[in-house]
Design a protein around this ligand. Structure first.
Ligand code: F6P
Length: 369
């Protein structure tokens, strides 16, 4: 006999494709398998602070969500209830509003939460589990693919497809005008999107945060290509990539965000550096939030469905404080505590990097190609 009547569902952090597909999977599984009611919490934990703001999630209103980008619940990458930033005059002050969240959960008669989010959201979830014993299960989301403990996050595959398509399109101008074309992808401190999209589209140079680059090495690659009769070069650069002797380029700081640094601008910088050093004209494109938008790929839709249903089963089995994770192509659960404060970055000595190097890809580091 399951003593669970109603679960809250929330989406936190930056949006990505597949959030709605997870919501749909959670609702369908909860209703059909266990007769559990689902309540959607709006705008991440904010919905449990202000209001509370919720919507019922039913079989009917989650119809069609498999294909719909974004999140019908809204999201934010700002509000951590344990360090809730509010304005006091023109000063930002932090307040601990975690008790307000707990009181609202009780008021809404929720047995607990399914929390869909990235590493920031999982850190908040871990605090609620450790400090408040809030019953919760996490689902790993992010285009960055950098959550420790899962081999993949949903949203990543779709972002890679979008970036791959963008590079395919840039190839046309690159070859027609014999130019160096640079594409900047997102990913924060992880190079997964740049690596995978660069490999999938046959980029000549891939620059990722995990492998510091030099301008000399990139120039050498462009010149080598020219002497071989190839007058265009495609460079795929992750927003977090940085030169050996330099730093990541910060686009802006969002003061009231838990992770205030927003990276961006490396493609423009690179373009300016290269234009003075090579014979070809250089152009750059920043893909930005396009990587987070639109309909999820078939692969992501399936992963979302597996993650969403597994989260419900885990909740019913009282595996609280855990996150569902993809491991050796099976969905497992791992304690959220284990992942807190860690990131899953690209291993510079991995087989994927080696096979890229074997096919002539330069990572902008002279020593190893
Ligand atoms: O974590 C997802 C992500 O899209 C990163 O790749 C990027 O650096 C950041 O979020 C952008 O955040 P915002 O939407 O606040 O500009």
């Amino acid at each position: 006999m399951i003593n669970i009547k109603r679960i809250g569902v929330l989406t936190g952090g930056g949006d990505c494709s597949g959030l709605n597909a997870v919501i749909r999977a959670v609702v369908k599984c909860a209703i059909s398998r266990y007769g559990i009611e689902c309540l959607g919490v709006l705008d991440s934990f904010d919905g449990l602070i202000e209001g509370p703001s919720t919507i019922p999630l039913t079989w009917h209103n989650t119809k069609g969500l498999l294909f719909q980008g974004g999140t019908i619940l809204g999201s934010t990458n700002k509000g951590d209830p344990f360090k809730y930033k509010t304005l006091d005059g023109d000063k930002i002050v932090e307040k601990n509003l975690s008790e307000v969240v707990m009181a609202n959960i009780e008021k809404l008669e929720l047995d607990g939460l399914i929390i869909i989010g990235g590493d920031g959201t999982m850190a908040i979830a871990n605090n609620f589990w450790q400090k408040k014993k809030l019953k919760l299960v996490g689902v790993p989301k992010t285009i960055d693919n950098d959550i420790w403990g899962t081999e993949e996050t949903f949203g990543f595959h779709t972002a890679v497809e979008i970036a791959t398509d963008a590079i395919d399109r840039l190839q046309t101008t690159a070859t027609s005008h014999h130019r160096v074309m640079i594409l900047e992808t997102m990913g924060r401190n992880a190079g997964w999107i740049a690596l995978y999209a660069g490999l999938a589209s046959g980029a000549d140079v891939i620059l990722i945060p995990e492998i510091p680059f030099t301008i000399d090495a990139i120039v050498a690659k462009i010149e080598q290509r020219r002497t071989e009769g190839r007058r265009s070069t495609i460079i795929c650069v992750a927003e977090g990539a940085a030169p050996k002797e330099g730093k990541q380029i910060i686009w802006k700081t969002v003061r009231d965000s838990a992770e205030p640094v927003r990276l961006g601008g490396i493609a423009q910088w690179l373009c300016e550096q290269l234009e003075n050093r090579v014979d070809s004209e250089c152009r750059y494109t920043v893909l930005g939030h396009i990587q987070r938008g639109g309909i999820p790929t078939g692969y992501d839709r399936i992963l979302c469905t597996r993650f969403g249903t597994a989260a419900v089963h885990a909740f019913v089995n009282r595996e609280f404080g855990k996150m569902v994770a993809l491991r050796e192509n099976e969905i497992k659960t791992i304690p959220i505590e284990e992942i807190a404060g860690k990131s899953r970055l690209v291993d510079p000595d991995s087989e994927t990097i080696r096979s890229a190097r074997d096919t002539g890809v330069s990572f902008g580091s002279v020593a190893k190609n």
